[in-house]
Design a protein around this ligand. Structure first.
Ligand SMILES: Cc1cc2nc3c(=O)[nH]c(=O)nc-3n(C[C@H](O)[C@H](O)[C@H](O)COP(=O)(O)OP(=O)(O)OC[C@H]3O[C@@H](n4cnc5c(N)ncnc54)[C@H](O)[C@@H]3O)c2cc1C
Length: 375
């Protein structure tokens, strides 16, 4: 039997590591990712201000796996009912699949936006943003960040902390509030922190188009920019037809596949949509690992009645964003800011690295943070 995990992000790596332990050694496990390194994506905005962090946040995928193989290749297509996977350099016939390909930035076909804006998903995006910002910082000007979800808030905060006099950081959002997918108390605290750090926030601003000088809103208004960053949403990978399919709490995508993390829109056991986030991806990986194991046993035993599948239930563990050198956390009903929130952010980042076995990166990350922030 052969299980293939497509994508080695939070969902894929967590899942593969669990499968290595739970599946019998006779079951082959292959992890396919187009990259050689796993990226700790939820901290990638920090690379803009601290470029050397890139080393701690990228870990060779092979180092995180035990008996599972890493096949470095691009997935072009897959069939969730047969397990067939089309790769750029061949094919892979798996008995069972986990689809954990994450998502890509959505530009919604808005004219000029893809062409003129930099998204923020990978280290090379962070490096491009830093290089462009150096020019703006030198001559003065305006940076517009469009989209005030987790990535937009954090990159706006990061740039505000680096900005010299004469540089404006403007964060625009289509909906009525920053962090629209999050609890109200968290939204308020984030808005206050952005304001305190000099980020100019405009909500209720739907983007219609962009050219090389200005961003045009759907009410006809516009704003000129010297640098444009687009964090306006996510959509499925090309290999998934550009879709994030909706899956129910058992994460079942087809007869032979489960979908995990940003790759799918997961509706949990209570009928609630789970937010696209690193923490939900890791928790869904637990459920998918159990279900893959049950389905693998079922196939090995020659079929019959389908096994009972585990169901994912979203539990809010709290939320945490960095805003430049500050941070805002919501833990239970409590909002935490200042040093305590910063310490939490560092602990969560290092905790994740430790949980996937990247102990050296975890300690270097903490050291870098402590050194970089002078605490
Ligand atoms: C700037 C920023 C800040 C964020 N902050 C937070 C935060 O504070 N808290 C939080 O919880 N979340 C945060 N997030 C969101 C979080 O990073 C994502 O929800 C998380 O990465 C999803 O994990 P995943 O495993 O589903 O996908 P990913 O981590 O994106 O992994 C997908 C993997 O699939 C691979 N892949 C994709 N397509 C192909 C293909 N065709 N062939 C082969 N391989 C492929 C990719 O190389 C990648 O390794 C942030 C995101 C960004 C960009």
């Amino acid at each position: 039997m052969h299980v293939a995990v497509l994508g080695a992000g939070y969902a894929g790596i967590s899942l593969a590591r669990k499968l290595e332990r739970s599946l019998p050694s006779t079951v082959e496990v292959t992890v396919v990712d187009e990259r050689s390194d796993h990226l700790v994506q939820h901290l990638v905005h920090r690379v803009v201000s601290h470029p050397s962090l890139a080393e701690e946040l990228t870990i060779p995928i092979a180092d995180l796996l035990g008996r599972a193989d890493h096949r470095q290749s691009e997935v072009l297509d897959f069939d969730p009912d047969t397990g067939a996977v089309e790769l750029v350099d061949g094919a892979l016939d798996a008995d069972l699949l986990a689809v954990s390909l994450g998502a890509q930035t959505a530009f919604y076909d808005l004219p000029g936006v893809h062409e003129h804006a930099t998204p923020l998903k990978r280290v090379d995006h962070a490096e491009e943003i830093r290089a462009d910002f150096e020019t703006v910082n030198e001559h003065g000007g305006r940076v517009v960040v469009a989209g005030a979800g987790l990535s937009g808030i954090q990159i706006a905060g990061e740039l505000a902390a680096m900005a010299s006099d004469g540089v404006e950081i403007r964060l625009v959002e289509r909906l009525d509030t920053v962090a629209p997918a999050f609890p109200e108390a968290f939204q308020r605290a984030v808005a206050e922190e952005l304001d305190a750090r000099g980020v100019h926030v405009e909500t209720g601003r739907g983007v219609e188009s962009a050219d090389d000088e200005q961003l045009v809103f759907d009410d006809g208004d516009s704003v000129t920019y010297d640098q444009l960053i687009w964090t306006g949403g996510i959509t499925g990978q090309d290999a998934a037809g550009g879709q994030r399919p909706e899956v129910r709490a058992d994460l079942r995508l087809g007869d032979r596949a489960f979908a995990v993390g940003d790759a799918a829109r997961v509706v949990d056991a209570d009928g609630q949509p789970a937010p696209a986030s690193a923490q939900t991806a890791v928790r869904q990986a637990d459920v998918a690992a159990t279900n893959l194991q049950r389905l693998a046993e079922h196939h090995r035993d020659g079929g019959g009645f389908e096994p009972r599948l585990e169901r994912y239930r979203y539990t809010e563990l709290g939320w945490l964003v960095s805003i430049g050198d500050g941070a805002v956390a919501q833990v239970g009903g409590q909002i935490v800011r200042g040093q305590a929130a910063k310490a939490l952010k560092t602990t969560v980042g290092a905790g994740y690295l430790g949980s996937i076995g990247a102990i050296e990166n975890a300690s270097e990350y903490v050291w870098e943070k402590v050194g970089a922030d002078g605490e």
